[in-house]
Write a protein that binds this ligand. Structure first.
Ligand code: WQD
Length: 340
């Protein structure tokens, strides 16, 4: 099938890696991004990696006129919606910005998709929609809601909006991809995770500590009910996560309805295991201490990856060594300024 896939937020961490994977598989893509949390030079890097420089629109997905222009100028057949504010901690500080931006952009996108008769959507959701609890592996039929932060609530609400849309329009097809912990970078070291300011996620905290941009990693809690007392998460290589989106596109083309699907490996690693792997693979030392737990954290959280395998024929193939190697390669190659 021909047609073009629109990636909103396609210059971000997950969007850019998905762009690479889609182009590699021969899909035609176009990227729209307001660059509020990414750089336009990512477009050129996608071109270097794949040999194809995707068409790019600097646009705010909340702005329906901008969206209409994109849909008018391209034969859009599917949309992968990445665009949105995504910092859990920030969402607690400025909740209205998160609700306005994330809900508004989703509604604007769905309305313009309607105007142009586009009926297939892949939504960038998150494991934070699951009701907090220490039961893992997490399956897609487990309770959602009771989110611990506004960011998670926006993902939960957008999932519901999409579900209701698919009930109202039987031809509508949506895959709600619930990400666990994407880390690492493209093996070229040309694209990767570039958090604004001081990172909150563990992987950039580790790489920036080893690079001398941060003093040390504070491990949030050494008294969790885990093998070594530190928190356990389902880390998935960003390139595996990106490949999951290509599989979701193929699935959406042959199904209707709104389908939640976990994108994780099904394996949990503790923070200390992640740090040890990073040291072993990269022959470096990570300076860390064990500090108090972070508010809102879970002790254990990892996915059941069974449904993704069953419905998408997809599973993660890269292991923790690939993740820590590629994350370090990116840190060494990227031009992230030292933290002042
Ligand atoms: C991972 C582990 C921490 C930082 C978040 C979002 C989630 C998703 C992925 C968007 C935990 C520990 C961390 C540090 C630490 N993002 N940690 N010291 O919280 O699992 O998930 O990112 O969808 O929505 O909530 O990821 O990387 O912050 O934490 O000890 O400086 O590392 O306690 O066990 P998290 P994280």
């Amino acid at each position: 099938m021909t047609g073009t896939i629109l990636l909103t937020g396609g210059t971000g961490f997950i969007g850019s890696h998905t762009a690479v994977e889609l182009i590699k598989r021969g899909y035609e893509i176009v990227i729209a991004d307001n660059l509020s949390n990414s750089c336009a030079d990512v477009i050129g890097k996608i071109g270097i990696i794949t040999g194809v420089t995707p068409r790019f629109y600097k646009a705010d997905v909340c702005d329906r006129e901008s969206l209409r222009a994109i849909f008018s100028e391209n034969d859009i057949t599917e949309v992968i919606h990445f665009a949105g504010l995504k910092a859990v901690g920030e969402s607690v500080i400025v909740p209205l910005s998160y609700y306005r931006n994330n809900i508004d952009s989703a509604l604007s996108l769905l309305e313009v998709m309607d105007e142009f008769g586009v009926k297939r959507l892949i939504f960038s959701s998150s494991a934070t929609v699951y009701t907090a609890g220490d039961v893992s592996p997490i399956t897609e039929d487990m309770p959602t809601g009771g989110c611990t932060n506004p960011y998670g609530w926006t993902k939960y609400m957008i999932e519901q909006i999409i579900r209701d849309k698919s009930v109202a329009d039987p031809e509508f097809s949506a895959v709600l991809l619930r990400y666990f912990n994407p880390i690492g970078a493209h093996e070229s070291g040309l694209i990767g995770e570039k958090p604004n300011g001081i990172p909150s996620n563990i992987m950039p905290t580790i790489t920036q500590t080893v690079a001398g941009r941060l003093d040390m990693v504070h491990i949030f809690g050494g008294d969790w009910p885990t093998k070594d007392g530190t928190g356990v998460r389902d880390y998935i290589h960003i390139s595996d996560l990106a490949a999951g989106h290509a599989a979701a596109i193929d699935y959406a083309r042959t199904h209707t309805g709104a389908e939640p699907i976990n994108l994780g490996t099904g394996t949990g690693y503790s923070v200390l295991e992640l740090i040890r792997a990073f040291e072993r693979v990269n022959c470096v030392n990570v300076n860390y201490d064990i500090s108090s737990r972070r508010a809102g954290d879970l002790g254990v959280c990892y996915a059941s990856a069974e449904k993704a395998e069953r419905l998408l024929g997809w599973h993660a193939v890269k292991g923790i060594d690939d993740m820590v190697r590629d994350a370090w390669m990116w840190e060494k190659k990227s031009d992230i300024p030292k933290q002042t």
